[in-house]
Design a protein around this ligand. Sequence first.
Ligand SMILES: Nc1nc2c(ncn2[C@@H]2O[C@H](COP(=O)(O)OP(=O)(O)OP(=O)(O)O)[C@@H](O)[C@H]2O)c(=O)[nH]1
Length: 395
Amino acid sequence: MNEPERILVEKHLSPADDGPPKGVSGLLKRIWRDLMTSGGRTAESCPDYLRITLLNLVQSASVLIWSLFLILIMLGVLESSPGRLIIDITGLLIALGVIVGLRMGLSVSRAAHVTHAFLFACLMGLSIVRAENPLTMTLPLIYPALAFLLLDDIRRGLAGTLLMTAGLNLLLSSGFGPDLGDNAMLLDGALTITVVMLFQAAVMALYVHHRKQAISMLRAVSVQLNELASHDPLTGLYNRRTFIEVLERELSRRDDDNRPLAFLLFDVDRFKAYNDRYGHPQGDELLKRLADVTIQVFSRGEDVVFRLGGEEFGVVYRTDTFEQAAEMADQLLAAIEAMGEPAPAGPHANVSVSAGLCLVDKRRAASANQIYSRTDQALYRAKEAGRARWIYASG
Ligand SMILES: Nc1nc2c(ncn2[C@@H]2O[C@H](COP(=O)(O)OP(=O)(O)OP(=O)(O)O)[C@@H](O)[C@H]2O)c(=O)[nH]1
């Protein structure tokens, strides 16, 4: 994605600022939003929003659950065992670690993998530690849904689910897992776990697949819309809307980049006569050829060429010296005159353009619109002075 497109996409994706909500409910909403978005690290329109909010949701719930278990153990309501304590304390530390880590910029994938690995180990551990309770067997059934949602990866989610299913069946058959009494109950339990887990895995895989498809479709549509909104359909150049954004961005970078910033505005001479003589379609062809020639002259990655409307074009570019900026304008006018189009009217043998050249003064604060209108006046003077030339914009 090149620079002007990046600006538009970022602008498009940046969250709308509705202002902070007020009152107690506003405060609670702000805290909740802050927690779910890791202190504003993500927004609804961002691709990683779902994973970050889900990780924060799972880990916040974990903090509450592990704390509750620890309090109940300390109060003597729940029986204390070393295994149980290790799982509860590790769970609490990991949950807090992921929440804080995400706020401090921890990679979302890494956070998802840590959470997923602990979920896996913890559910297996609980099945052993609480083996006396047959209900423990149902706990690991939550595994596939969360693993798929956290990892957002079908292969890993599926591999983890199969491993969990195998592990649970191993626990049951080895006698380490929940005590299911007789063999018939054991078989029933093993089959139930396997079928439910695989069913969940299939449903979640389908869900993750469709969500990914929908997201990539939306991204493609968003890129297409940006393309339409930022480009001129005839020449493929950037349009006026992008021009203002690019020039404003370059103006704001004046302190970071010491090289002179130039804006060249040019307009085809006697284009009406050309259209009248050769027809509109031929006029369109000429505009396309002009666009190509301009791109050939201004071919550096940072040069940005625009069609600003009708037969008017613009270039925003930087050079090492002001003299070089003027040389570029000379080169363009010469390249256009060398295009070899027959002239419909006027004294020139070839198609020509008139231009205004503005060299932006670092010390003078001017908006993009002001620079445009100053350069337009210079262009007007070039027309008045006989066309086929460029004139400096004053001020
Ligand atoms: N073929 C074609 N013509 C266009 C397009 N947009 C504007 N025009 C024509 O461009 C012509 C501009 O005419 P004028 O503004 O009178 O300027 P000019 O004839 O070039 O004269 P000067 O600028 O004074 O040299 C008009 O006839 C418009 O119809 C376009 O997309 N395609």
